[in-house]
Design a protein. Structure first.
Length: 319
């Protein structure tokens, strides 16, 4: 495993981070003990960056992180999110349902997250899917500053979504709000507006965290689109187009790399990305992904070819 500094912070994150949310979806199928074992396996493989949200499993995945790393808290970087009011709205699930970002709620939600994580500080607190109204809300960001000054959080950022987009919100969060990180859906098939964030991120020393890096499994040799928590739901037409584009990407499998590893290496070529948040449901897949940083880097000409193929949509008709 290799590590990168997040922006201008003191946080050193593993180039491969683990997205915790899949471990609480209906398609996961494993037990809490299976999820616990996977977290510990990730740590043994060098992963130190774990990304969750308070709404994941209605707090259960934060509890699991607390149980997994309570004894070596200083060795991991724990990131979580607030914004979906699952305490009062049973329908709030991280994609839809009631959202609250007023000062009282944010303080309450952070205190509950601290309890579940079994810690007295959160390394990275992210505003979960902020609207433009939220990014423009001075009171919200003043609350985050106050929480940082109180030592309850070390840094704060924004997690855009749930769908791809939100360019203006992301740029404003970096330029005006001093977001330490910007978490975005980003993969070889969906590079906009993500790529437009890179220059701003480097200027303002913001770390870009890449989510859904394997495009619902298509860039991980899956033969069908993964569902179960991914948003938006993928149509059959999207899947057919994505599979055709993957066929045009076979050339990136070099020096024994799997498609999943090659995709990760392409993202890590970007200086603005300190960590790619993978979704792994078993130890074998986790081992595969965690081996990616040690694979050879792409040459500049190969990255340029990837950009050109993206511009042409890999010569595949759009769905």
């Amino acid at each position: 495993m290799k590590y990168r500094r997040i922006g201008d912070t003191e946080l050193e994150a593993s180039e491969i981070g683990l997205a915790v949310w899949p471990l609480c979806t209906e398609t996961w199928g494993g037990s809490d003990e299976d999820a616990f074992a996977l977290l510990r396996k990730a740590y043994d493989l060098g992963v130190n960056f774990f990304d969750a949200a308070d709404v994941d499993g209605r707090g259960k995945r934060e509890e699991l992180l607390g149980r997994a790393f309570g004894g070596n808290r200083e060795m991991v970087v724990l990131a979580t999110k607030v914004g979906y009011d699952f305490y009062n709205d049973p329908a709030a699930n991280g994609v839809s349902g009631s959202r609250r970002l007023d000062a009282d709620y944010v303080r309450y939600a952070v205190d509950r997250s601290l309890e579940r994580l079994g810690t007295n500080f959160i390394d990275l607190l992210q505003v979960h899917h902020p609207t433009m109204e939220a990014v423009q809300d001075d009171a919200l960001w003043q609350t985050l500053e106050a929480l940082r000054n109180a030592g309850k959080i070390r840094y704060f950022g924004a997690a855009l979504g749930p769908e791809v987009g939100h360019h203006d919100e992301g740029v404003l969060a970096m330029r005006k709000r001093g977001a330490t990180t910007l978490s975005i859906p980003f993969n070889l098939f969906e590079q906009d507006p993500g790529r437009k964030f890179f220059t701003v991120a480097l200027e303002y020393q913001t770390g870009i965290l890449a989510r859904n890096p394997h495009a619902n499994g298509i860039l991980d040799d899956a033969t069908a689109v993964r569902s179960g928590g991914y948003y938006p739901a993928r149509s059959d037409a999207w899947a057919r187009e994505a599979l055709a584009k993957r066929g045009a990407l076979e050339w990136i499998r070099k020096d024994g790399m799997t498609m999943g590893q090659a995709a990760l290496k392409a993202y890590l070529w970007e200086e603005a990305i300190p960590s790619v948040l993978v979704e792994a449901a078993d130890a074998a897949k986790l081992e595969e992904f965690c081996a990616a940083p040690e694979k050879r880097d792409f040459a500049r000409e190969e990255i340029a070819e990837l950009a050109e193929q993206y511009r042409r949509n890999w010569d595949v008709p759009r769905a």
